[in-house]
Design a protein around this ligand. Sequence first.
Ligand code: C2E
Ligand code: CA
Ligand code: CA
Ligand code: CA
Length: 274
Amino acid sequence: AKKSGRNTFRAYRKGMDELIEKRRALEADIERGLERDEFELYLQPRVSALDGSIIGYEALLRWNHPERGMVHPGDFIPVAEVSGKIIGLGEWVLREACRLAVELPPEVHLSVNVSPVQFRHPDFLGRIEAILKETSVAPQQLELEITESVLIDDERARLILGHLKSLGLKIALDDFGTGYSSLSYLSRYPFDVIKIDRSFVSALGEEETANAIVRTIIELGNGLGMRVVAEGVETVEQAGYLCAAGCDELQGYLLGRPLPVNRIAREISETVVT
Ligand code: C2E
Ligand code: CA
Ligand code: CA
Ligand code: CA
């Protein structure tokens, strides 16, 4: 038994070493990717539930990898977060989004995802302010999407969110309903937007509780003066339910898939005209 225990440990150790090696390689690869300009922002529209007009876009990171092809954030953001590479990557995303926003009509919003690791960085605010200044973007055009996990550090989160608001930025609470999801967060922090997590939207019409949860989130958000956005809307039925329940904006494949900036340029110019 002792021997097999040792073998199990060796196998475990070997597995660990391989994992660590893989992670190191990916970290170096991310660094190279940044140097070689392999990252790209895709944009997915957020559409008014009232009249179908485009309110803005969410910027979603893509990695045009020379060997692996198009890599989605789920395959590299976790490693980037553990290694700290997310700081440089997140700055790249924010700078790129600001440059893009400057080119867009002022009424079109861009929202940017902020990793909890970025949020916790001691110089988070300083770096954001520097990028706003460097790009001369109108802060009102930008929205930062954060997740509930950053709200656990109550005092600091409140200070930072207050400061971001005072700069003129909008704040969205992403993936609402997952995680720790204390309802009291909603009244304790100055969110402009709450985004209902896709898991609730996709369960609409299938699980009775989902309809009740979604309706409650919308009422709560509206009651607190926030805009409520539904993520992951894929069917006409879901859209119909959300509109009837008073949801403000819809986002999802039904309304538009994430596309590279050049592919939606025409859509944006049409938005300008109307
Ligand atoms: P998220 O912020 O919840 O973004 C929404 C994800 O759902 C995106 O996946 C989007 O492509 C996908 N999606 C949109 N509509 C639909 C739909 O109707 N059905 C389905 N099944 N999926 C839909 P993506 O682009 O792979 O991003 C995954 C996650 O990676 C994001 O989740 C976000 O947490 C993170 N992420 C993306 N870009 C960035 C970034 O620039 N910085 C950071 N820190 N995280 C990012
Ligand atoms: Ca580029
Ligand atoms: Ca998001
Ligand atoms: Ca989300």
